[in-house]
Design a protein around this ligand. Structure first.
Ligand SMILES: [Zn+2]
Ligand SMILES: [Zn+2]
Length: 95
């Protein structure tokens, strides 16, 4: 998302609406998400201001639980790609 878009009135209104419904991050699955991102990035043809294409995600402050910067990690990759990378790693088992 570019900067102008992030600060636009329409975007802020949508973000408030989406975060009021849920603050569970689409990427890491933890709560306290403070931003929203396009599920299908606009670059890849996703609708820009469709609430159905926007979901909660951790922004620049990162996730308080796992400390990842989910929005930065996702960037404009398809969600399935990023999620696949995460779930393919087993965080809870030792070496
Ligand atoms: Zn997250
Ligand atoms: Zn997290």
């Amino acid at each position: 998302m570019d900067r102008a878009e992030l600060t636009s009135y329409a975007y802020r209104k949508l973000r408030a609406r989406i975060l009021a419904t849920s603050d569970v991050c689409i990427l890491c699955g933890h709560g306290s998400a403070d931003a929203v991102d396009h599920v299908i990035s606009v670059k890849r043809g996703g609708p820009r201001l469709d609430p159905g294409n926007l979901a909660p995600i951790h922004g620049d402050n990162g996730c308080p639980t796992c400390l990842r910067k989910c929005n930065r990690e996702k960037s404009d990759k398809p969600l399935s790609e990023v999620k696949h990378l995460i779930t393919s790693r087993d965080w809870y088992s030792g070496p």
